[in-house]
Design a protein around this ligand. Structure first.
Ligand SMILES: [Zn+2]
Length: 175
């Protein structure tokens, strides 16, 4: 896969070590879930994307989101490729990875603040091979192994302890 670079900065290709073998290209086969149509450690949607768009595997931490627009405090991940200067053809990663979502790709330009999007391709793919879907969905994708008072995610290792909290409810009472 040849990735476009913008400006003078050189772009390092995603590089991960799998089974002692260094590779510089993420291919669909490397991120294929075991069962067809079902996400496990790997996302089925991301696998579909990799198969359909092998040239669009760069990842950005974007300062633009479809709810509040340009917002540097609320960055979201996008996957895609660069073209024509500040234009990035991409898809919001979490949205892409929703079960049953399509594989559409959109063009983002200067009005989406693409100049300030940060290329985190290497970090993301390393993390994805380390913790799987938790790298995409954060707290929404854990695969819990339940203990009595604690539970641990089989993918990312996050552990939580069970706590009992009293709940206060507001009710209307006749006078
Ligand atoms: Zn997890």
């Amino acid at each position: 896969m040849k990735l476009a670079s913008s400006g003078a900065a050189s772009v390092r290709l995603p590089c991960v070590v799998i089974q002692q073998q260094e590779i510089d290209v993420i291919t669909a086969d490397q991120i294929k879930p075991k069962e067809k149509g079902k996400s496990d450690f790997f996302s089925w949607q991301l696998y579909r994307w990799a198969k359909k768009r092998p040239e669009a595997m760069k990842i950005w931490s974007s300062t633009w989101n479809c709810v509040s627009g340009i917002d540097a405090e609320k960055t979201v991940l996008y996957i895609g490729f660069e073209r024509d200067g500040d234009w990035i053809h991409a898809r919001q990663l979490r949205n892409l990875c929703l079960h049953g979502s399509n594989l559409d790709c959109w063009a983002y330009g200067p009005c989406h603040d693409t100049r300030n999007w940060v290329d985190i391709t290497d970090q993301f793919w390393e993390r994805y091979f380390e913790i799987g879907v938790c790298a995409i969905h954060g707290d929404y994708a854990h695969n819990w192994s339940n203990g009595i008072d604690t539970r641990t995610c089989r993918y990312c290792g996050k552990t939580e302890t069970k706590q009992i909290k009293p709940v206060t409810t507001e009710v209307w009472v006749a006078v």
